[in-house]
Unconditional design. Structure first.
Length: 204
């Protein structure tokens, strides 16, 4: 679980990895993170929320974080890596972090559709996330963040909860439009993340 840094950890970067609560495993991202972390374990304090993916053999691994725990971890983190879940991305930015986003790929059995890829690519093109769809892109972003965490800092957005709800609704509509465009059909249900969220407040 995330915790305040001890004085001896002052020089260690804090990394949060969050894959959300979707039932599909995300072994690709977890494997990449484990490989990268093995070379910098003395430099990085890790919290890795792995969800339904089998637990990795790294320190700081936890299946799920409650809402308050996730908020605390984001507030403490120097770097945030996450899947392409809109709520996680918005929360990372609200805490002043430019998230490094690895969207789930349905072709690999990581999700039911490609909405995370479509959404993350749109945000990546707008400079709102650091998009990493390959191992090399992820490692490059993490190495850059470890060398200079300020490269992944944005102005923290401390909007009230009602304003956040409006923002998440708008994100949901964008996701639905992207999915509709890619599948040639409109979504028939309104996207309501606060009504359908799981333990991490994430759309499944």
């Amino acid at each position: 679980m995330p915790r305040p840094r001890d004085p001896g950890e002052a020089d260690r970067a804090r990394l949060l990895v969050a894959v959300g609560t979707d039932k599909h495993p995300f072994g690709r991202l977890i494997g990449w993170l484990g490989e990268w972390h093995s070379g910098v374990a003395d430099e990085v304090g890790l919290t890795l929320q792995h969800g339904h993916t089998p637990a990795p053999g790294v320190p700081g691994a936890v299946a799920f974080l409650g809402h308050d725990q996730l908020q605390a971890a984001m507030a403490e983190a120097d770097l945030v890596v996450c899947h392409g879940g809109p709520a996680t991305i918005l929360e990372a930015r609200r805490h002043g972090r430019l998230p490094i986003v690895v969207p789930r790929d349905p072709a690999r059995g990581e999700h039911v559709d490609d909405h995370q890829q479509l959404f993350a690519r749109r945000l990546g093109a707008a400079g709102m996330v650091a998009l990493a769809e390959t191992r090399e892109e992820l490692f490059a972003a993490l190495d850059a963040g470890l060398a200079d965490p300020s490269r992944f800092a944005v102005a923290a957005d401390q909007r009230a909860s009602d304003a956040r709800r409006v923002a998440v609704e708008q994100v949901g509509r964008i996701v639905e439009e992207l999915v509709a465009a890619s599948t040639g059909r409109r979504q028939r249900t309104r996207w309501r993340p606060w009504a359908r969220s799981g333990r991490n407040g994430e759309r499944r």
